[in-house]
Write a protein that binds this ligand. Structure first.
Ligand SMILES: *[C@@H]1O[C@H](CO)[C@@H](O)[C@H](O)[C@H]1NC(C)=O
Ligand SMILES: *[C@@H]1O[C@H](CO)[C@@H](O)[C@H](O)[C@H]1NC(C)=O
Ligand SMILES: *[C@@H]1O[C@H](CO)[C@@H](O)[C@H](O)[C@H]1NC(C)=O
Ligand SMILES: *[C@@H]1O[C@H](CO)[C@@H](O)[C@H](O)[C@H]1NC(C)=O
Ligand SMILES: *[C@@H]1O[C@H](CO)[C@@H](O)[C@H](O)[C@H]1NC(C)=O
Ligand SMILES: *[C@@H]1O[C@H](CO)[C@@H](O)[C@H](O)[C@H]1NC(C)=O
Ligand SMILES: *[C@@H]1O[C@H](CO)[C@@H](O)[C@H](O)[C@H]1NC(C)=O
Ligand SMILES: *[C@@H]1O[C@H](CO)[C@@H](O)[C@H](O)[C@H]1NC(C)=O
Length: 832
């Protein structure tokens, strides 16, 4: 017996029934012939499911009900089944489905809407299903009827299935096995068609055409309640009726709108013939099975005017149980570590990494231990580089826990989890939902983390970890700060971090930061803008404004968009000043050759490319950036050197970045980090060299697979090389935005203040993990570490190994400026 069966089944018990008008709707099952386990338990589950139920949404499966004296009267109220009815492996004599009128057959069981099989007792041959007694059943809208191996069953072959019950094109499939008992004829009053042996068990007819009792008038649309033309049912009736109206049906052929059978549920919009326009319909309803409902039941989602189990492709649950078109890629759920999954592995590793491609929600947990980086040949996986963990950059939610251990020289931050917003903590590791333990991390980089909803937090023994967010921030992130204990200690000493300059940007306020960049502040120091503000108790979902901490507050300016700058086709000298000090352009920016040539007809004169420097404060463009035009001084886009994000919420012919037929020699977009939507077109720039590598575009583009790149017909690479117009040899293979060593994507050797250098030693810096860091101010020139004891020479005096401004009391500097202890008997001279 599968344990999952009980979980699912038990789950249904909790919310199996709800009311829609006078219908008691309950959810059917989808287990087919799965073995059931303890018969008493099974019986009680079914009883819970179907007591008082009139409308089964799904399949009615009465399987493996054994034992004399089982009372199945709890199915007696069922009138409609939207899926199939399966009666199997049971030995009860009668199943009291006496009110079952219609089986809609939206799901079929091996082609059948009604399947009755193996209903006997192997030990007591006289036990088994004896009569169907489905006296009310008159309609099966789709699907066959199957009987197989029911040795005690009688009368099913007397029913006129084809004539009155089955839909066109469907059949009764009956085995030819001999019955174990002799079937008596139907009661005389039944004219040979009966559901059982009692007088009341005659089959009643509501569809057959002909003359006389038991037949409908030829004039009827579909069903009737008697032989005369006035007995015809409304054409929207299934089953039969008690009168001629659409409100008199026993069941609806299509939809039941509060008791009236209709072809469609009231739509969300209708056409107002007086107003000549489409107006919203205040009486709109959603279709749920054959019911029209005001609201979809809570286990379903609303998609347009329907209630659905899952959104169709391209749509996703917006969080309010409404399917909406996905913005970008649809969320993808992936199974993480949990019982039974990845059971053979103790850590994420190179063998299973690809299973997490494009995942947005991890159902389960994620575990990274040092074995990930070292490999474990015994467990069957090799070592992996931390950079491969970037597969997790799409993850926004983990339903279990996140556990991270392990050291590697390139494992210095968790930027692969930069989009992780929520850790649910529905599964815990030793009570913890977030563990970052004994890693080589220098900063956390969890810039999107907003909620840890359950479980404790453990961030310990990370010897290089600086840049922490403050307690107040954890208090906002944790759902129950009082219960969710934090153990954040034994990381790098704060004083040491300070000495090494590993502190938050001075653009951050006192809440701290996730890393050294100003963009990793929790909140800005100098303005109201927030960067990575989180508050787990904020209910309105309006947080997470992502604005940058620059000196001045961000200034939003309208760019080109509908209704703005409508008279102009390009940025030009007449409107240039409108962009002074802007950090965010709401809309697009367009520069064409008219900008440089002027267009007197449109009312603006020519402008020099240098005037475009007004854009040097721009960090974000919400629409697109389109650049064309040639001018001898227009050789790079350094005016956009601070542009970080192109959102592409508006596109120009599907493009969000167009650089076409310009005189540019290099791009110079050194800050560009994200192009979130739209294609990229960089073509026919005859002088353009210095391009960044494909790998870099793959990082910049949010969905590289969708955001097509057309980067070609620029200056031939061979020509660039011949002319020496290549990236600095201080750049690594990722390429560059221009010829300067400060325009590399990454450094081949060391980085000093944003520029790639051969070595740090020639300067007043020392090297630390490819970064040049400043020597202590007491050093005179070079050093081999951050401390005042790592100087090659002291600026002033040396006290023991430490360079100091002056010798301490009771010491004096000797001829070599080394501090020496004064003789006991002397009063120290005012040292130095
Ligand atoms: C079923 O309906 C009866 C009569 O309305 C009611 O007394 C009983 O509590 C209901 N049982 C369940 C399980 O809803
Ligand atoms: C119904 O039964 C007929 C006859 O056996 C068969 O040809 C047909 O495929 C069945 N229909 C379905 C939906 O399985
Ligand atoms: C339609 O639904 C109502 C409850 O909304 C119910 O009372 C009625 O019996 C249903 N009618 C039919 C024909 O199913
Ligand atoms: C991982 O993906 C491979 C194929 O890509 C699949 O065969 C395997 O079952 C997956 N493993 C798990 C545990 O999902
Ligand atoms: C540009 O700025 C001028 C004043 O500096 C203003 O009058 C004009 O409306 C602005 N144009 C647009 C389109 O914002
Ligand atoms: C632009 O910013 C500078 C420095 O903050 C300020 O002095 C100047 O007045 C601003 N200009 C405009 C037009 O906002
Ligand atoms: C990941 O997403 C991209 C872009 O949507 C798609 O092209 C690619 O096939 C996806 N890969 C996997 C393994 O799902
Ligand atoms: C800095 O100096 C201290 C003490 O002399 C020494 O232990 C440490 O290794 C030095 N650091 C480097 C990077 O050499």
């Amino acid at each position: 017996m599968g344990s999952s069966f009980w979980m699912v089944f038990a789950g249904l018990c909790v919310l199996h029934m709800f009311t829609e008008g006078t219908e008691k709707v309950c959810l059917g099952t989808d287990k087919q012939l799965t073995s059931i386990g303890d018969p008493n338990h099974h019986y009680n589950l079914l009883k819970n499911l179907y007591t008082n139920c009139t409308y089964v949404d799904g399949n009615l499966e009465l399987v493996a009900i054994e034992g004399t004296g089982r009372d199945l009267s709890f199915v007696k109220d069922i009138r409609e089944v939207t899926g199939y009815v399966l009666i199997a492996l049971s030995d009860i004599s009668y199943i009291p489905l006496k009110n079952l009128r219609i089986i809609r057959g939206k799901n079929l069981y091996h082609g059948s809407a009604l399947s009755v099989k193996f209903n006997y007792n192997k030990n007591i041959p006289t036990l088994g299903l004896r009569e169907l007694r489905f006296n009310s059943l008159t309609e099966i809208l789709k699907g066959n009827v199957t009987f197989f191996n029911n040795p005690q069953l009688c009368y099913e072959n007397t029913i006129d299935w084809k004539g009155d019950i089955l839909a066109n094109g469907y059949y009764v499939i009956s085995d030819t096995k001999d019955k174990a008992r002799i079937c008596e004829p139907c009661p005389a009053s039944c004219n040979g068609n009966c559901w059982g042996s009692r007088e009341e068990d005659c089959q009643s007819f509501t569809r057959r055409r002909g003359l006389g009792p038991g037949y409908c008038s030829e004039q009827c649309d579909y069903r009737c309640k008697g032989p005369n033309p006035q007995d015809c049912c409304h054409k929207q009736c299934a089953v039969g009726c008690i009168g001629p109206l659409a409100t008199d049906c026993l069941a609806c052929l299509h939809y039941n709108n509060s008791g009236k059978c209709e072809e469609h549920c009231p739509p969300p919009f209708f056409y107002d013939t007086d107003l000549f326009q489409t107006v919203t319909n205040p009486d709109a309803k959603y279709t749920y099975g054959s019911l029209c409902v005001d609201e979809c039941p809570s286990h379903l989602l609303q998609e347009e005017e329907n209630c659905v189990k899952t959104c169709r492709k391209g749509n996703t649950d917006n969080g309010q149980r409404v399917c909406e078109k996905c913005v970008g890629a649809c969320p993808k759920k992936c199974t993480g570590f949990q019982k039974y999954q990845f059971a053979g592995y103790m850590t994420i590793n190179e063998a299973i990494l690809r299973n997490f491609t494009n995942c947005t929600i991890i159902e389960g947990s994620l575990v990274i231990t040092k074995q990930a980086f070292e490999g474990d040949l015994w467990a069957g996986f090799g070592p992996m580089s931390p950079s491969e963990l970037s597969v997790f950059s799409t993850v926004e939610e983990i339903t279990g826990y996140l556990q991270i251990e392990g050291q590697h020289e390139d494992f210095t931050d968790l930027s692969m989890f930069r989009n992780l917003k929520i850790i649910q903590g529905r599964e815990l590791y030793n009570q913890y939902s977030l563990v970052i333990y004994q890693t080589s991390l220098e900063s956390l980089g969890l810039t999107s983390l907003q909620q840890v909803n359950n479980g404790k937090v453990n961030i310990q023994k990370n010897r290089d970890l600086c840049y922490n967010v403050e307690d107040v921030v954890w208090n906002r992130i944790l759902k129950n700060p009082a219960e969710q204990e934090r153990q954040i200690n034994r990381n790098k000493k704060k004083t040491k971090c300070v000495v090494e300059g590993r502190t938050c940007s001075d653009q951050c306020n006192s809440d701290g930061c996730w890393g050294f960049e100003a963009s990793q502040c929790i909140k800005c120091a100098n303005c109201e803008a927030t960067t990575h503000y989180s508050d787990n108790r904020n209910t309105d979902n309006s947080q997470q404004v992502s604005e940058k901490c620059v000196g001045a507050c961000p200034k939003k300016c309208a760019g080109f968009q509908k209704n703005q700058f409508a008279g102009y086709m390009t940025i030009n000298e007449a409107i240039l000043r409108n962009f002074t000090n802007c950090t965010i352009i709401e809309g697009s920016l367009v520069i064409t050759k008219q900008a440089f040539e002027g267009d007197l007809w449109a009312g603006f004169g020519p402008m020099s490319p240098s005037e475009l420097s007004v854009f040097s404060t721009v960090e974000e463009i919400t629409g697109y950036l389109q650049i064309e035009g040639q001018h001898k001084d227009f050789t790079d886009l350094s005016m956009f050197r601070n542009l970080k994000i192109i959102q592409g919420r508006e596109l120009y012919n599907q493009y969000s970045l167009v650089i076409y037929q310009t005189s540019l020699e290099s791009l110079g977009l050194t800050s560009l980090q994200q192009v979130n939507n739209g294609k990229v077109n960089i073509r026919k720039n005859r002088d353009l060299c210095y391009n960044v590598d494909d790998a870099v575009w793959n990082r910049i583009l949010k969905n590289p697979a969708e955001q097509e790149r057309q980067i070609n017909r620029n200056k031939k690479k061979t020509k660039c090389v011949a002319e020496g117009r290549t990236c600095s040899d201080q750049c690594d293979s990722d390429g560059c935005w221009g010829f300067e060593a400060s325009q590399c994507i990454k450094c081949a050797n060391f980085e000093l203040d944003g520029t790639c250098v051969e070595s740090c030693e020639a300067t007043t810096h020392y090297s630390d993990n490819k970064q040049c860091r400043p020597c202590d101010p007491q050093c005179d020139g070079m050093c081999n570490g951050p401390g005042s004891d790592n100087c090659t020479r002291c600026l002033n005096v040396k006290d023991g190994p430490f360079c100091k401004e002056r010798c301490p009391p009771m010491k004096y500097p000797d001829r070599n400026n080394q501090c020496q202890l004064c003789h006991e008997s002397c009063v120290a001279p005012d040292s130095r």
